[in-house]
Design a protein around this ligand. Sequence first.
Ligand SMILES: NC(=O)c1ccc[n+]([C@@H]2O[C@H](COP(=O)([O-])OP(=O)(O)OC[C@H]3O[C@@H](n4cnc5c(N)ncnc54)[C@H](OP(=O)(O)O)[C@@H]3O)[C@@H](O)[C@H]2O)c1
Length: 312
Amino acid sequence: MDILITGGTGFIGSLLVPVLAGADDRDQGDRLTLLTRHPERAAARHASLVARGRVRLIRSLDELGRDEAFDAVINLAGEGIADRPWTAQRRRELHASRIVLTESLGDWMRRARHKPSVLISGSAVGWYGDQGNRLLEEEAAADTGAYTHRLCDDWEKAALAAAPEGTRVCILRTGVVIGPGGGLLRRLLPLFGLGLGGPVGSGEQYVSWVSLSDVVQVILRLLTDRELRGVFNLTGPRPVTNAEFAQTLAGLLRRPALLRVPTSVLRLTMGDMSALLLDSQRALPSRLLQLRYNFLHPTLEDALRWTLSRRG
Ligand SMILES: NC(=O)c1ccc[n+]([C@@H]2O[C@H](COP(=O)([O-])OP(=O)(O)OC[C@H]3O[C@@H](n4cnc5c(N)ncnc54)[C@H](OP(=O)(O)O)[C@@H]3O)[C@@H](O)[C@H]2O)c1
């Protein structure tokens, strides 16, 4: 397949790109075009795939002509939601890097002579907002006041609007991705490793997590199964409370998880962004379970053990 990927240079891309491009296989693999603001950096990272013609790097969609033919588009680009406080300027950056970019992708797809058969586009369980211990299947209603809802909802709508007629759209409402070298865990490990980790707030809020290798396997399935379209909760089958998360991680590291960070301290230090740690989403991957998708890491402990075993 020829696949165009935005956001392929990030944490999810770190496993997705080599798997799709067939890094371990000289004969098999897709041909990938990655949109990135830093092509030199990406070229150094994927030097052998670039040399073998499996990965091409572009800085702008303007580099794509009308005759360029992609079978699929995977759209993951976005400024890090947890990287900086949500000032008005930062909200504009979070919005532009997802929604404006998705709209540009739509402009290109409309111009292209050959339309991709599928658009797989990102979103997050933050779409649901703060929902306590309610079980959230894909058709659950959202807490529409949450900023994460508005950002994800605009992103989902932009993806649906961007797809030309006849292009399947699959939306990934992704949970906290657990894997080596990135994501939330990269920030937590130094603290938990020193025995300074613990639950945040009441600890009763739910964390919907998913292993990076399951994210990649699900994307592979969505690329090839022509029956699949619409929204998918891309989360593990057993979400945990924040306190269980802290205990499981600390237990695997053989450290205590006693230091609770009070809600008031989080609100004071993180402002609105504290919602990322305090809001509760107990999402269930109902559609993946209906498809009998076999999770590689069905429990948080499996996902954490796998991650810790691959830590460099
Ligand atoms: N990791 C998670 O736990 C998680 C959970 C739910 C949803 N998601 C969503 O899934 C997507 C991928 O996640 P990730 O963890 O792989 O992200 P990541 O490591 O932060 O990587 C972000 C990607 O987006 C691109 N990007 C960032 N800002 C951009 C901008 N202003 N314009 C164009 N491209 C930009 C980056 O490309 P360059 O720097 O190369 O240009 C990079 O490839 C993100 O949109 C994220 O919100 C992630």
